[in-house]
Design a protein. Structure first.
Ligand code: NAD
Ligand code: ISE
Length: 335
């Protein structure tokens, strides 16, 4: 039987996930949705034959809904995740789990109090083929112990309300999670360098930024965040080990020879670049939920990422290196 899904937030990624759940994923169907932009919600509900609710809380409470997808704006995630936990419904929440570690902690406490893991965080890069190959190369000792990581996260243009803080809490949060997963260890310190800003950045927005992380074993990581790069969506990651290096491949694209130039296309955003990762993420989530399990990144992973993102924000504001205090992972979340 199909798992009946309620979706909260039908913007860019919410709509894409509804399409995915309907046309790509097996074993699920979208039956309910809501968006504060009610006209948009109605239009998408008509297209997918789903019921519209005025609020996210109503979607969560709806008796015909088995599990929830949250794809509304970042600051709304925590309230909906807490409501879904109270209703004892599985929930896949887009990243970030919350906009502060403090709010993530409330989610952790609520989930532990319910006595059941219900929350998965939308850190889809863990399902990307390239990152998975890098993880295997490290684990199979193909490059020796990792020493340095060089990463780039460029967006063509940011959303209209993008802030300096969001470059880390909304964007670099992907690297924070996926690198912690790749290396299998926690971070020790954070620092943020602010170069000269692009003239194309909105008033007051500091862009680009360079995030420097150090892990507990001493691996050094640099991440360039540039949300106004103009030319396309570009995610790069190179791991330098003791005996070799491994780097993320560029996405497959046709190579064109035309008008005196050799070229290939660069994607313009995340939806195409990570399409396969989102598909795998959702199929595995549905399959796991049907067996009563969360198999992907947990609320604890969401919490660990937000602790690190908060430290980066503090480091940027103070212009200093900030220690990262990671609490011990409770037994409840150890796999
Ligand atoms: P968007 O602005 O296109 O869509 C967000 C939608 O949420 C809008 O339609 C808005 O009206 C609606 N909304 C806002 N507050 C709401 C509320 N309280 N209840 C119901 N609906 C509400 O943004 P987006 O790009 O689709 O991003 C949505 C979320 O997904 C964000 O949290 C973002 O961080 C995340 N995201 C993740 C990825 C990824 O790669 N995993 C990519 C894009 C976005
Ligand atoms: C967006 O919300 C995403 O999650 C994308 O994957 C990321 O590249 C982008 O910077 C975010 O704004």
């Amino acid at each position: 039987m199909d798992l009946r899904i309620g979706v909260i937030g039908t913007g860019a990624i919410g709509e894409d996930h509804i399409r995915r759940l309907t046309d790509v994923i097996t074993g699920a169907k979208v039956v309910a949705l809501s968006d504060i932009n009610i006209d948009r919600a109605k239009k998408i509900a008509d297209q997918y034959n789903a019921k519209v609710y005025v609020t996210g809380e109503e979607v969560i409470a709806a008796p015909e809904v088995d599990a929830i997808v949250i794809a509304s704006w970042d600051p709304t995630h925590a309230q909906y995740v807490l409501t879904a936990i109270k209703a004892r419904k599985f929930v896949l929440c887009e990243k970030p789990l919350a906009t502060s570690a403090e709010d993530c902690k409330k989610i952790i406490e609520a989930e532990i109090a319910e006595g059941k893991q219900l929350v998965q965080v939308g850190f889809m890069r863990r399902f990307d083929r390239g990152y998975r190959q890098i993880k295997s190369a490290i684990e199979d000792d193909k490059i020796g112990e990792p020493l340095l990581l060089h990463c780039v996260h460029r967006n063509r243009i940011p959303g209209p309300k993008h802030t300096t803080e969001m470059s880390i809490k909304n964007s670099v949060i992907h690297e924070i999670d996926v690198l912690r997963w790749l290396l299998g260890e926690e971070y020790k310190t954070a620092q943020v360098l602010i170069p000269r800003s692009s003239r194309l950045a909105a008033d007051g927005l500091r862009d680009p930024q360079i995030v420097l992380l150090e892990t507990q074993s001493g691996v050094r990581i640099d991440i360039e965040s540039f949300v106004n790069c103009q030319y396309g969506y570009d995610v790069q990651c190179e791991v330098v080990g003791e005996t070799g290096t491994v780097r993320l491949p560029d996405p497959a694209a046709i190579v064109m020879r035309s008008q005196g130039a050799l070229s290939y296309e660069i994607f313009s955003d995340w939806s195409d670049r990570f399409i396969e990762a989102y598909d795998i993420e959702f199929q595995q989530w549905i399959d796991g939920v049907k067996q009563g399990m969360v198999t992907g990144p947990t609320a604890w992973d969401g919490y660990a990422a937000c602790i690190t993102a908060d430290a980066c924000t503090e480091a940027r504001e103070k212009g200093t290196i900030v220690p990262i205090e990671m609490p011990e992972c409770p037994q409840f979340y150890s796999k």
